[in-house]
Write a protein that binds this ligand. Structure first.
Ligand code: NAD
Ligand code: WQD
Length: 340
């Protein structure tokens, strides 16, 4: 049987690279497009080191409709996984047009070419950010979406709307949006992982740069929340578990098993951990101290969120398998390779 060919946009980024590994290991052909704005091409060699295979690659900015058209004219794809986007919440507040331009135009160009060339399937990176601070926890797929706190969050909501409308209007478009909770951790090989440019905004990369001594102090943003220890609670999910869910979603589409032309799923571990619990777990499993102090709340932060995984479990047969300790140790093993 001829292997199915999957286009992975942003496939050399953090979640994309882990997904490319899982796709290659599951026997798919993979074609990566990336503009390398937040990664570099060495990721390709690392993917080859892990899998023994190298994905096809086209250097391309999805904002350029002509280039996207040329890609679809020159290659045959069975499905698309769309990771490529800008993802910094703070930057999006400062430069919203960059975010609307990159995250929305890229998606529109992609769907237009899919439609024209008869590529029916797309899996989209959405985010739990669409729920804001939910009134009831855990969050199911029925939990109402809240007005976005940031232009970034809005691009995820609008992205979902674009896919829902396209799947409804065009017979040959099927879409699955995956709402990730907080992806952390790295591949067990320590060959791929998250590599933030500049000062990290997110907890794990910042925490680890404090652990290596690169930064002095981790600020814990607020300890007066209504949570187990007063610090904010999130649902952290191992990036390898997340990557595997994409392979399942792609196969669901190829098998014609989608129940609706547009579907959406929560992808979390189902458990919430506080910031202090994360620090404790990291220190314990890795035997390293993380210098930290409580500071003011961060503007725009929500108090607590975690997923109800029932729907993903029932419909996709997917659930997270890797523990918080495995997230912490794999992240640290990867971080240590970045020192050289
Ligand atoms: P990432 O920045 O590591 O990966 C995105 C990749 O897309 C990068 O390699 C970047 O170079 C590429 N890219 C960006 N704009 C492009 C363009 N116009 N054309 C071609 N390539 C482009 O980010 P990630 O953490 O792997 O996130 C992947 C997706 O998941 C994003 O859509 C993000 O919004 C979403 N998401 C991420 C998180 C998270 O916490 N990491 C949570 C929820 C959703
Ligand atoms: C986690 C917790 C912070 C840094 C963001 C986006 C969201 C999604 C995931 C893409 C919070 C606390 C953090 C620090 C801290 N991305 N923290 N000190 O805010 O849950 O979500 O990334 O879609 O859209 O908003 O993740 O890692 O920034 O923060 O105390 O230096 O750690 O307050 O409680 P967040 P995060």
């Amino acid at each position: 049987m001829v292997a199915k060919n999957i286009l992975v946009t942003g496939g050399f980024g953090y979640i994309g690279a882990h997904t490319v590994v899982e796709l290659l290991q599951a026997g798919y052909e993979v074609h990566v497009v990336d503009d390398l704005s937040n990664t570099d091409e060495s990721v390709s060699e690392r993917i080859q080191e892990i899998t023994g295979k190298r994905p096809a690659f086209t250097l391309l900015d999805l904002r350029n409709a002509q280039d996207v058209e040329a890609l679809f004219s020159n290659h045959t794809f069975d499905g698309v996984i769309h990771f490529a986007a800008s993802k910094s919440v703070g930057e999006s507040a400062q430069n919203p047009l960059l975010y609307y331009h990159n995250n929305i135009l890229g998606l529109v160009n992609l769907i237009a070419s899919m439609k024209k060339h008869g590529v029916p399937n797309i899996v989209f990176s959405s985010s739990c950010t669409v729920y804001g601070q939910p009134d009831v926890l855990p969050v199911t797929e029925q939990t109402p979406i809240k007005p976005a706190e940031s232009p970034y969050g809005n691009t995820k909501k609008i992205g979902e709307d674009i896919l829902r409308d396209s799947a409804k209007a065009y017979d040959n478009i099927h879409a699955i949006a995956l709402r990730y909770f907080n992806p952390i951790g790295a591949h067990p090989s320590a060959l791929i992982g998250e590599k933030p440019k500049g000062v990290p905004n997110n907890l794990m990369p910042y925490l680890m740069q404090v652990a290596t001594g690169e930064r002095e102090l981790l600020s814990v943003f607020g300890n007066d929340y209504n949570t187990v220890d007063g610090t904010a609670v999130r649902d952290y999910i191992h990036v390898v578990d997340l990557a595997k869910a994409h392979v399942i979603a792609v196969q669901r589409q190829l098998d014609g098993k989608q129940k609706e032309a547009y579907e959406f799923f929560n992808l979390g571990s189902g458990s919430g951990f506080s910031v202090l619990e994360i620090i404790e777990s990291f220190e314990r499993i890795n035997g390293v101290k993380v210098n930290h102090q409580i500071t003011e709340r961060r503007a725009g932060d929500i108090e607590k969120i975690y997923a109800d995984n029932t729907y993903a479990k029932e419909e996709l047969g997917w659930q997270s398998e890797l523990s918080l300790d495995e997230m912490m140790s794999s992240a640290w093993n990867w971080q240590l390779t970045l020192k050289d």
